[in-house]
Every structure is written in C-alpha cells, then in structure tokens.
Write a protein that binds this ligand. Structure first.
Ligand code: ADP
Ligand code: MG
Length: 397
C-alpha cells in the first residue's frame, strides 16, 4: 500500500510551508488536557518537520461543534501544551476565514501555528472547496497525519488534497504499514480476535475478516449470538435474537472460505452486572435461566491461547467481556498479557484497535508490547470492514 502514496520526508519538507492535519481531539476539561496520548504520538514528527520546513501550520478538530463557534471547544488551550512540547512559541490563529489574520500568520516568523478548531466552519464537514482553498493558501504542501479522521470526506482531510502536493504524515504512514501487515499481507497463519457488545455494530467487520483471516476467535457479548445460533442456550445474556440467522450465514460463509471460527466453551456468569456481585464459571449449556455470560471463562481463555500460539499475526478488536467491571475483565487481561508476551518474544505480530479495546489493552498493561495499537476508533473499524478511506484515497498519487 505504501507505494501508492508519498510519505513526507526531510527532503520534501525542506524549506516548505506545510499545512498539516492532526487529530488533537483529546478529552479536555476546563481547558486542561485529560489524556494526551494522541498528541504525544505526533510530537516527534512535528519536531522533525520543524527542523527542516519553513513553517508548520497545524489543523485539528475538537469535539462536535457542527459548524458553529463553541468556545468550550476552542483549540486555543492546546497552544501552551504544544509550545512546551516543541520548546518554541506557537502562534494561535483564531479566524481562518479572516484573510488579514491568515496573511499575518503566513508572513510571521513563527515557525509553528495552530489554527482554531476546523469544525467551527460549516465548510469543514461539507468538504467545501473554498475552505480547503483557504487552508491551502497558507502553505506549499499538505500533510495528513490524522489516520483517525481519514474516514471522513472533510475539507482539511480530502478537499485540500486537490490544491496542494499531498503527503502522508509519519504517524499515519506507520499506522498504514502496521494495518497492512496485519490484514493485507500478513505472515500466516493470521487470526482475528473479535469481542465487544453487539454483532449488529460489527457485521461488516466479521464479513470482511472471514475472507481474510485463517481463524476468527469470537468473544464478548457478540459471541453469545453465535452460541445461540449453534443452539447453545445463553439464558439472560446480552445477545441479538434477530441476528441468529445472520450469525448462521456468517458461520456457513466462514466454512466455505476456509476460515475457522472459534467460540467460547465456558463463561463467567452472574445474575447482575455489578461490582462485588456473586459470579460463577459455567460450561456452555450449564447456565441458570436468570444468569448472563459476562466474560469468557478460563477454559475459553486457554483454548484461545492455543489458537493464538499457532498464529504469526493477530488482529484484536473488542474486549472479551464486560471488562469495565471486575472480575469480568479477567479474560481480556489474561489474553492481553499473553498477546503482549508472544509479541515481545518475536513470535507474534499483533495489532489492536477500537475505543474500548484500547482501554482493555491499557488495563492489561501491554500497550507498549503490542506491535501496534491504533487509537483511530471509527477509522480503524472502517478499515477492518475493508472500506476505502477517503482521506487515504486522496493521498494516492
Ligand atoms: P470497541 O470500542 O473496542 O470496538 P465494542 O464497543 O464493540 O469495542 O465493545 C465493548 C463493549 O462490549 C464494552 O462496553 C463491554 O462491556 C461490552 N461487552 C463485552 N462483553 C460483554 C458481555 N459478555 N456482556 C455485556 N457486555 C459486554
Ligand atoms: Mg466501543
């Protein structure tokens, strides 16, 4: 995939004005950043570009102001953080539609500028050509370093590429390579481990995965619908009875395509999802009527580990259980630790992604051990659904 687009390099950035789309959409409260993981990833790339470029102008969105100015969602509070991170002053540009401010920025000697939340402008989400032209007027080249926004056809992601030579940013390039190593040209055998709450939200994910992977390990509440499709009673568990026929079709399709589907064989069950509640481990079929499966059980964890051991590559999306509440986080932690260990030992290439999955990976303490942890949420899911992402397509030369 990497040969289809240009990755920004020191040479291509040399002495250029660069407008760069980043994703600084971090959780904030009263102007304070609560979690800077996303920003931290792009800082090294920003520093490198600052060394060789003439000027770097950063564009981000923050929250969902839907085309209106909402001061609680201003990107200005990021100015100080950024300035400290790159050890130089950062100019904040409040009104990109105000040409005098824009010109001031372009003419200034500030090496680095930060634009106001791009979603304050209705044109951003409309992929508006005029707004894209305004962004483009600031620079000589465009860099997209926001994989997490690249499933959107927005002005700062897609339309802008019509006006400037466009490059993949350093973090986006690494992410695309990691994802491609996991699914497009993986070392086989390759498995996907998919958990989470509902099949309905991940139907296209499952359909695409069975055409690509050798094994699909299913956990979480979504496995319950598959168990039901195989006539295993799931009692009061979260499952989707309407989707039993769909689950059956997926099981058949998988068989036709040579993808082995592995379902849990036991579960950790309770009558209530609450902290400190009574729980039991039950084999499939041994549930009381009022019990629900809240995590996969130890026999399933052992079974999944055996399957993972056979694989050289693993893609992980979705926690194995209702991991927000102990002890239903056990399987996610144990499998996470196992995946981390195999990766550390060079036995496995592992890529994880998804909002809750990242939280589970952090809970297991293996974020630094996996080959790649995607923070891209929606874009990651669309990518594992096999969809093409407009922001990435637009970079193709
Ligand atoms: P991601 O955000 O990583 O894509 P999902 O949103 O699909 O993951 O799934 C995470 C949710 O699934 C969590 O809120 C978790 O509590 C829930 N979940 C997983 N297993 C179960 C279960 N057995 N019963 C109820 N909820 C579950
Ligand atoms: Mg989620």
């Amino acid at each position: 995939m990497t040969d289809h687009y240009n990755v920004i390099s020191k040479q291509s950035a040399q002495n250029k004005r660069i407008v760069m789309r980043v994703d600084f959409n971090v959780p904030m409260q009263d102007g304070k950043i609560l979690d800077d993981t996303r920003i931290k990833r792009v800082i090294p790339g920003i520093k490198t570009l600052l060394e060789c470029s003439k000027q770097l102008i950063l564009v981000t969105h923050l929250g969902r102001p839907k085309g209106n100015v909402d001061n609680t969602l201003s990107s200005q509070p990021l100015q100080e953080y950024l300035s400290e991170a790159v050890s130089m002053p950062v100019r904040f540009i409040a009104h990109i539609e105000d040409s005098s401010q824009l010109l001031e920025a372009v003419d200034s000697h500030d090496k680095i500028c930060l634009l106001e939340n791009c979603r304050f402008y209705a044109g951003e989400e409309q992929n508006d050509q005029n707004l894209a032209r305004a962004y483009a007027s600031l620079a000589d080249i465009y860099v997209n370093d926001a994989f997490s926004c690249s499933h959107r056809s927005h002005a700062s992601i897609q339309a802008i590429t019509g006006f400037l030579p466009s490059y993949a940013g350093p973090v986006l390039a690494v992410e695309l390579t990691a994802l491609s190593d996991a699914l497009e040209s993986p070392k086989r055998p390759v498995a996907a481990f998919v958990g989470g709450a509902k099949i309905s939200t991940k139907l296209s994910v499952l359909e695409n995965l069975i055409s690509k992977v050798d094994k699909l390990l299913l956990a979480g509440a979504m496995a319950n619908t598959f168990l039901a499709a195989r006539q295993v009673p799931v009692a009061a568990s979260l499952y989707e009875p309407d989707l039993i026929p769909t689950a059956k079709t997926i099981l058949e399709l998988a068989q036709q395509q040579g993808c082995k589907i592995i379902l849990p064989v036991d579960g950790v069950v309770s009558t209530k999802l609450e902290k400190g509640g009574r729980f039991h481990t039950r084999l499939n079929g041994a549930l009381e009527d009022n019990e629900m499966i809240l995590d996969i059980g130890p026999a399933s964890v052992a079974l999944f580990k055996e399957h993972i051991k056979d694989c050289k590559t693993l893609l992980w999306n979705g926690p194995a259980g209702a991991f927000e509440i102990a002890p239903y986080d056990e399987a996610s932690k144990s499998l996470g630790a196992f995946i981390g260990m195999r990766t550390r030992n060079g036995q496995l290439i592992s890529v994880a992604g998804g909002g809750d999955t990242v939280a589970a990976v952090n809970l297991a303490g293996v974020a630094d051990e996996l080959t790649y942890v995607s923070l891209a949420g929606g874009a990651f899911l669309e990518w594992i659904e096999g969809k093409s992402l407009p922001g990435i397509e637009a970079l193709h030369s």
